[in-house]
Design a protein around this ligand. Structure first.
Ligand code: G6P
Length: 611
């Protein structure tokens, strides 16, 4: 959710913080703020974007070589200047930025109020700032100890950075549930919620674990737990290129990421597929492959777009490996008392690797004795660190809030897993296995071809940009694509859209169809082709407008539909990878034409670290 940055060293902190906040803005963007130590602590915060904060600080003193910054996605209190972070304690001695939720903040606030503390904001974070100040004032102790003692009283999740006028040479950072990364420079340290603001300064990073507490001076860092146990920091090298987090000439990250898919899919299977297409080797599966092959049932847990990828995975694994699969929303799974046994195998899918509900679901599954595999994109994030095994998607950083290339990379990994499982279980013959591998290697070139239709798709977008509703229909592997297409449209253009299995249309959505209703039908040539042609006719008979995603050269549907978007022929099992691309482009262009903020849609956040 929120984005955190921090700097301590010999350079001016402000430009580093502002630049970092811009990199992190995709994590939250309703307000932003910085605090800089320069004798006193100067705190500047503003409702709105980081650019609003930047405009505001133009006339302010932003000097200082120690500072922290925050970009917010509101949980407690509406987005406004006062609720924006950083928050200062009433005595002005402590300043804090925080990502997460302090669940017992009400109780803590009440006792602080009884002790005479007054609060200016509605946030849980200000409560924590005052709790630290109160503990510090009551005892004869260091700032570090006050922070530690305060955190022991906290129930909830946090990634936080605090500094104090009492010991102005250090930043204190702590993590429980919300990610924090420390960049190690020469005589300087950087802090952030993820590595994107750090990579332009250093490649050496330390990922904090839950309950870690770092005491950071410009030339020294001590790592402990909040229980005062010394920890040995593990410095890792970042494998992230600065070019990957820039727009590279595209007007939006989302468009860049859509266009990156031929490469990101290639990166996802490269090195895992043997040159002669004879086999797939997923190093991350090695430790759990026997459990997976013998699993009585596979449970896939995920949220949002990753859940849609999971749905495609269900069809693939059942199809090729004949293992029963259930796909669960992390949030439902964790609270609905599901039956989990040691014979179950859980696959958690998450772009960010931080989604709170998915994380909680895998913890529950592990407790019940199931083995857990993670499919994540962000290296070093929480889910890969908590699972028994994992396969990274290697899609590169996804900055646009609406997920695109992460989805196709997840589906690519799931396809590889399904093929490996199918082959190992004797359900998929070696010839079919090799042919499918070959088909997978052809996907990037097919997507290149689809992307060449960008202008045609833009022209279709122009016609439907004023729509208020849309229905997406698909069957089989293309049903989850319908769900994903609808989600893309509603996320970024705020047009109400629903995805349905095409045959279900008759059981409700058909009542909505009139001459104003665009119906996007994913209708490539597969075993349900004739059925979906009938569904198109049913829509046309009611004067609905049909935009169809079809296999190249399909004149039957071309003659029936109002518009078509073509994709190259594909094996059915991999058809989600190609058919989703025109839908991503259609949503993108509609959203741009409606003047929406495509990369940062209202109310959404890229990484949902609260439940
Ligand atoms: C948020 C994002 C979505 C994403 C979902 C799950 O809602 O806006 O794009 O699909 O979280 O995130 P994850 O990182 O677990 O894939």
């Amino acid at each position: 959710m929120c984005g955190i940055v921090g700097y301590i060293g010999n350079k001016e902190a402000y430009p580093i913080l502002i630049n970092g906040l811009k990199r992190l803005e995709y994590r939250g963007y309703d307000s932003a703020g910085v605090a800089l130590l320069n004798g006193n602590i100067n705190v500047y915060k503003r409702k709105g974007k980081v650019s609003d904060l930047e405009d505001y600080t133009k006339s302010q003193n932003t000097d200082g070589t120690i500072g922290i910054g925050h970009t917010r996605w509101a949980t407690h209190g509406e987005p406004n200047d006062i609720n924006a972070h950083p928050h200062r304690s009433m005595d002005g001695k402590f300043v804090l930025i925080h990502n997460g939720i302090i669940e017992n903040y009400g109780k803590l606030k009440k006792s602080l109020e009884e002790a005479g503390y007054e609060f200016t904001s509605d946030t849980d974070t200000e409560v924590l700032a005052n709790l630290i100040a109160y503990i510090y004032k009551e005892g004869d102790m260091s700032v570090e100890m006050a922070v530690r003692l305060a955190l022991k009283k906290v129930i909830g999740a946090y990634g936080l950075v605090v500094f104090s006028t009492e010991e102005p040479d250090k930043l204190i950072a702590a993590r429980k549930g919300s990610p924090l990364v420390i960049g190690v420079g020469k005589g300087e340290y950087f802090l952030a919620s993820d590595a994107t603001p750090i990579v332009e300064h250093t490649n050496s990073v330390i990922y904090l674990n839950d309950d870690d507490l770092a005491i950071i001076k410009k030339d020294q860092m001590v790592l402990k737990t909040i229980f005062d146990e010394k920890q040995e920091p593990v410095v890792e090298e970042l494998d992230l290129d600065i070019g990957e987090i820039d727009k590279n000439g595209f007007p939006h990250f989302m468009l860049k990421e859509i266009f990156e898919q031929p490469r990101s899919i290639l990166d996802t299977f490269r090195g895992r597929v043997a040159k002669d297409n004879s086999e797939i080797v997923l190093g991350g599966l090695y430790r759990v492959i026997d459990d997976l092959v013998q699993a009585k049932r596979i449970l896939i847990v995920a949220c949002g777009t990753s859940w849609h990828a999971g749905q495609v995975g269900e069809y693939m694994i059942e199809d090729l490996a004949r293992i029963p699969v259930e796909v669960e929303y992390g949030s439902e799974f964790r609270y609905r008392n599901p039956v989990i046994t040691k014979d179950d195998f859980v696959i958690a899918i998450s772009q960010s690797g931080e989604t709170a509900d998915t994380l909680a679901a895998i913890r529950m599954a592990k407790e019940a004795g199931a083995r857990v595999l993670g499919i994540c994109n962000v290296v070093g994030s929480s889910i890969p660190r908590e699972t028994d095994a994992g396969v990274y998607t290697h899609a590169g950083p996804e900055i646009g809030v609406a997920s695109t290339k992460a989805f196709t990379a997840q589906v690519t990994v799931l396809a590889m897993i399904a093929m490996v499982l199918g082959n190992k279980r004797g359900e998929l013959s070696t010839d079919d296995y090799n042919e499918l591998i070959h088909d997978l290697t052809e996907v990037p070139a097919k997507i290149e071809k689809i992307l060449q239709q960008n202008e045609e798709i833009k022209a279709i977008a122009e016609i439907y940009k004023e729509a208020t509703n849309a229905i997406y229909l698909g069957r089989g592997y293309l049903f989850p694509v319908a769900l994903e297409g609808a989600l893309k449209l509603k996320e970024i253009s705020y047009i109400h859209a629903e995805g349905y299995p095409a045959a279900e249309m008759k059981h409700g959505p058909i009542a909505l169809i009139d001459e104003n209703m665009p119906v996007i039908v994913i209708a490539t040539k597969d075993k349900s082709y004739d059925k979906i042609v009938s569904n198109i006719q049913e829509v046309k008979a009611r004067n609905g407008k049909v935009i169809a995603v079809v296999t190249e050269g399909d004149d039957t549907i071309r003659n029936m539909a109002d518009h078509v978007m073509e994709v190259p022929e594909s094996t059915e099992m991999l058809s989600a990878l190609t058919t989703v691309v025109p839908l991503q482009l259609l949503s993108y262009h509609i959203a741009v034409m409606r003047g929406c903020n495509v990369d940062q849609p209202r109310n959404l956040a890229k990484s949902v670290t609260v439940e």
